[in-house]
Design a protein. Structure first.
Length: 489
């Protein structure tokens, strides 16, 4: 009788133990809204959902090379006659109005997405409006893969070049390093070819130039072979990160892709980390298959269940670390790993938004930076959802370079309510984090909220004044404009 009793109690305890996380995750789903926030006609916004701005005209460019060139020249002529500014947009994943100018003309470049692969020379020519996922799908069947790109494939090629994004390819400079050349339509409607040999100054200015020098049309990118990669994982103390990174990653040529994560739950806050990496295998890579929608939604819900929840943050950390152990040695293709959509972390709460910040820290100051930001983040009222770590090699290609030596990028994701109070709190937090970054000889990334003032920005980017002077040299009427330029020039 006692055995039955204790067995029944045991079953109940197990069921309760299993049901608590399930109920927690389901509650997240129940509280979400599938209603999309629509941008009113005559307005523009970006992914932050904090930049609703009245514009003069939104123009969707044509897909044809001949048609787009003719149309853009007419638009430039019209803009000059009417004294209007032009901003340029792709997927609009920047967060500070970088693709918007008040009462200006906004060019939607997304339709311009032609592609042609030179397999012999490993060069992909692609329209700047194409998304990385378009490129991956196109070159996958040809056995090729993207050389350098960001963590998500839902950004546009032109946008990534304009912000000089960095990826999780092992110890490689930002996207600009993979650009062979591009064509640029300038303020006079002339098309210029820009490379390291032809118009080299303009080449450096446009990469990471936030659309201020002209309209990027066709981009020639280096591609690499698609390969099969075996998943590996290690959990460690954050103090040991750089030493273990050297041992497991930096000195091993077989490692291809890698990213790290810091633990963000109150328990062991920033004290633990993981390094997730992928090693080359001899297996022949298969073609990309359709993703399992249910599996993707479960991943998203687990991530969203961390919002304003210490339990959710612990649950996610435990699930990811335990699943990582189970997934050791599973083989993926490079393209399969790169083809991740930002919808994996989609926020469906209409009252809040998710905001990114990125700081780039030299290896020698890695541990001190973590120590310095720990109390800043703990004392903030804003909800930290994630910190990813990526190694970025020195950037030789962008004028406004943020990686002036080999650095580790700390990618912080916050959830913020769409209120003035939280926006003010985010500004205060950003400046405190930047102070810690400056103390540790680091830099910050420019595509995000414009919470850093002109003076402090120039402490990080002392080349800013000459950058803006050259903007006026190449665009004397300042036809190409946006909120980023207005804030920092």
């Amino acid at each position: 009788m006692k055995k039955r009793y204790f067995f029944a109690i045991g079953i109940v305890i197990v069921l309760v133990f299993i049901s608590i996380p399930i109920i927690h995750v389901l509650r997240t789903k129940w509280n979400e809204s599938d209603l999309k926030t629509e941008t009113p006609k005559g307005y523009a916004n970006d992914v932050s959902q904090l930049n609703l701005t009245k514009i003069d005209t939104l123009i969707k460019v044509p897909s044809s090379k001949t048609e787009i060139e003719n149309q853009l020249r007419q638009i430039l002529k019209y803009a000059k006659e009417k004294k209007l500014k032009i901003s340029i947009a792709g997927a609009q994943h920047s967060m500070g109005g970088h693709t918007i100018y008040p009462n200006g003309i906004l060019l939607n470049m997304l339709p311009y997405k032609h592609m042609e692969l030179d397999a012999e020379n490993n060069i992909l020519t692609i329209g700047s409006g194409a998304l990385w996922e378009d490129a991956i799908q196109y070159i996958d069947i040809k056995g090729k893969s993207i050389a350098v790109m960001q963590a998500f494939s839902s950004f546009s090629i032109g946008g990534s070049v304009s912000v000089n994004g960095h990826g999780w390819q092992k110890n490689i400079p930002p996207v600009g390093s993979s650009v062979v050349s591009f064509t640029l339509m300038n303020h006079n409607g002339e098309i210029l070819n820009c490379s390291r040999e032809e118009n080299p100054e303009l080449f450096k200015l446009v990469i990471g130039g936030y659309g201020l020098f002209g309209i990027i049309l066709d981009v020639r990118l280096k591609v690499v072979d698609n390969t099969s990669l075996k998943y590996r994982y290690v959990r460690l103390k954050s103090d040991d990160y750089t030493n273990d990174y050297k041992r497991l990653i930096a000195d091993r040529p077989e490692v291809s892709l890698v990213f790290g994560r810091l633990r963000i739950s109150d328990k062991h806050f920033l004290e633990e980390a993981t390094i997730n990496y992928f090693e080359k295998t001899d297996e022949k890579p298969s073609s990309i298959t359709a993703k399992n929608a249910k599996s993707e939604e479960i991943k998203r819900l687990v991530f969203r269940s961390t919002v304003n929840s210490e339990y959710g943050k612990r649950l996610r950390w435990d699930l990811e670390t335990n699943l990582s152990k189970m997934a050791q040695n599973i083989v993926y293709t490079r393209n399969e790993l790169l083809d991740g959509h930002v919808s994996l972390i989609e926020n469906k709460d209409p009252n809040s938004t998710d905001l990114l910040q990125e700081y780039f820290i030299p290896e020698r100051n890695f541990n001190q930076f973590i120590k310095d930001i720990k109390p800043i983040l703990k004392n903030s009222e804003l909800d930290l959802l994630n910190i990813t770590i990526r190694a970025v090699n020195k950037d030789e290609d962008s004028y406004m370079n943020y990686a002036r030596e080999n650095v580790f990028g700390f990618v912080l994701l916050f959830n913020q309510k769409k209120t003035t109070k939280q926006e003010d709190a985010m500004k205060i937090l950003t400046n405190k984090l930047l102070d810690a970054t400056l103390k540790n000889e680091g830099t910050f990334y420019l595509p995000y909220r414009l919470h850093i003032d002109r003076i402090k920005m120039r402490k990080v980017y002392p080349q800013a004044d000459s950058f803006f002077a050259m903007k006026r040299k190449y665009d004397p009427q300042e036809i190409f404009d946006n909120k980023f330029y207005q804030h920092y020039k």
